[in-house]
Design a protein around this ligand. Sequence first.
Ligand SMILES: [Fe+2]
Ligand SMILES: [Fe+2]
Length: 179
Amino acid sequence: MGKATLDLRKEHDAILRVLKILDKMISDPMGDTNKLQYYSEVVYFLKVFADKCHHGKEETYLFEELVNRGIPKEGGPIGVMLREHQQGREYIALMDKSLEAKDLTEFNTSAAKYHDLLRQHIEKENNVLFVMADKVLNEAKQDELFRKFEQHEENVIGHGVHEKLHAMIHAWATEFNVN
Ligand SMILES: [Fe+2]
Ligand SMILES: [Fe+2]
C-alpha cells in the first residue's frame, strides 16, 4: 500500500468514527439545545475535514493522476466517486439548513442519508479504487502525491485547524463512549 492511499484510508477511518459518534449523539437523550450545538460541530467537521480536505485531496490529486494513467473519468469508478462527493455536499447543505431551522427530525433524515452514502462510498474506495491506484502508481508517485496532500492540507485548512479537528474527535469519542 502506498503512502498516499494509506493517508486517505486513515482519513476514512476518522470519518467513519465521526459518523459513529454522530449516531450516538442522535440516540442520546440530551436536550435539543445541546443536540443542536453538537450537530453543528459535526457538520463543521464534515465540511472541513471530510469535504474540503479529504475529498479535495482525492479530486485534485489522486483522481487526476489516475485519469492521466488511463483510468477514464466518466463511465467508471472515478465518475461514480465524483458524483457521490457532490451528493454528499448536497446532504451536508440539507443538514445545515435543518440546523438553521432547528428541525431535528429533518436533520436526522439527512444525516442518515449522508451516513449511508459515505459508508458505501468509503467501502468502494478502499476495496476497488485504491486497490487499482496501488497497482498503477509506483512508490515514487505515491510519495509525490503524499507531499501534495500535505501541501493541500496546509493550504486549505492549515496546521492549527487540523490539530483542532483531531482534538474534537477525541473529545467526542470520550464523551459518547466510542472507541
Ligand atoms: Fe471519495
Ligand atoms: Fe475517500
